[in-house]
Write a protein that binds this ligand. Structure first.
Ligand SMILES: C[S@@+](CC[C@H](N)C(=O)[O-])C[C@H]1O[C@@H](n2cnc3c(N)ncnc32)[C@H](O)[C@@H]1O
Ligand SMILES: CC(C)=CCC/C(C)=C/COP(=O)(O)OP(=O)(O)O
Ligand SMILES: [Mg+2]
Length: 292
């Protein structure tokens, strides 16, 4: 397939939001401009809407009296967010330049650029937000990779992607906006047999019992609906997605939150993440699954 071929379903017209809720989410992301996201993205032009993992490089952030401290901490938080995307992409398996990947709920497209830079392949991104799709396409054009990296305004439960045409697909912190059975049925449809699906997500821990007050607070903050770990595994099993790796990233993401909580970029949701990760009611997990 050449990079100019259109892999969308022939005659497919992109509909508006499928539900009033999707309209709310589209508006939410159309208006989002938090410094914690834009200032981090400005570090190197990769704009993420997900969180970070890994140990803090104390030497890189300097001491609290350092006049450049804030700038250094922003760069460090951004490094941890890009490290998170690297780990996700590393679980996609052997992706070749002639493959196509799908980023379901692609945000401003940072992970898509990283995927193209890593594999040389084509990446199709889907978001409900026109602003995000325009932003992602503008960045890709500026980087000269617009023929490979494309964002579309589309519903990931009804992807404008041909059945069985993609080698890998993912949700990076975007699965808490949809029903998981519907979502995995759609990934299963677009993936080729032997293809790989990866998600990094926050989920509530069935061992805690029910969603904690912190989980409810996160849901209200983002207008989302966090699922349980059990629901992920059950919905995958029902949709021909067989987990190959289930990794608890909770200990790896706590340093990011604790560092973020010391900055002027706080948004008010930091305590809910830190406390729910600590009390065990909420977990940050990666699940990689094979389409069988
Ligand atoms: C928290 S952001 C994550 C963005 C991106 N994955 C990243 O890591 O930077 C959530 C994204 O999910 C998208 N989203 C939510 N529901 C969706 C749906 N039904 N179809 C497509 N995108 C959706 C939003 O538009 C937004 O881009
Ligand atoms: C792990 C969970 C439950 C994620 C919910 C989805 C979400 C909003 C992710 C981060 O987006 P963002 O980068 O825009 O958020 P923030 O502004 O807080 O950095
Ligand atoms: Mg963010």
């Amino acid at each position: 397939m050449s990079v100019t071929d259109d892999i969308t379903t022939p005659g497919n017209t992109i509909p508006g939001p499928a539900t009033p809720y999707q309209g709310d989410i589209a508006r939410y992301w159309d208006h989002e401009a938090r410094p914690v996201n834009l200032r981090l993205g400005d570090v190197d032009g990769l704009y993420h809407h997900h969180y970070g993992i890994g140990a803090i490089d104390q030497a890189a952030i300097g001491d609290p009296a350092d006049a450049e401290r804030e700038k250094k901490v922003i760069a460090e938080l951004h490094r941890l967010e890009s490290a998170q995307a690297d780990v996700l992409l590393g679980h996609l398996g052997d992706i070749r330049a002639d493959h196509t990947l799908v980023d379901a709920g692609c945000g401003r497209g940072g992970s898509m650029v990283m995927a193209h830079q890593r594999f040389g392949c084509r990446v199709e991104g889907l978001t409900l937000s026109t602003q995000q799709a325009d932003f992602g396409n503008k960045r890709a054009a500026e980087l000269g990779i617009g023929g490979f990296v494309r964002s579309q305004v589309a519903n990931m439960l009804n992807m404008p992607i041909e059945t069985g045409s993609v080698a890998g697909s993912w949700n990076n912190e975007s699965s808490m906006y949809v029903d998981l059975h519907d979502l995995f049925a759609e990934h299963s449809r677009v993936l080729s047999v032997g293809g790989r699906y990866v998600t990094i997500t926050g989920c509530w821990n069935p061992r805690y019992g029910q969603p904690s007050k912190w989980v409810s607070q996160i849901n209200a903050h983002f207008e989302c609906n966090i699922h349980s770990r059990r629901e992920y595994l059950r919905a995958m099993a029902d949709n021909r997605l067989v987990p190959q790796a289930v990794i608890d990233l909770t200990p790896d993401t706590l340093p990011y939150w604790e560092l973020r909580n010391t900055t002027s970029l706080v948004t008010g949701i930091e305590e809910a993440f830190i406390e729910s990760y600590k009390d065990g009611s909420f977990q940050y997990v990666l699940i990689a699954a094979d389409r069988v």
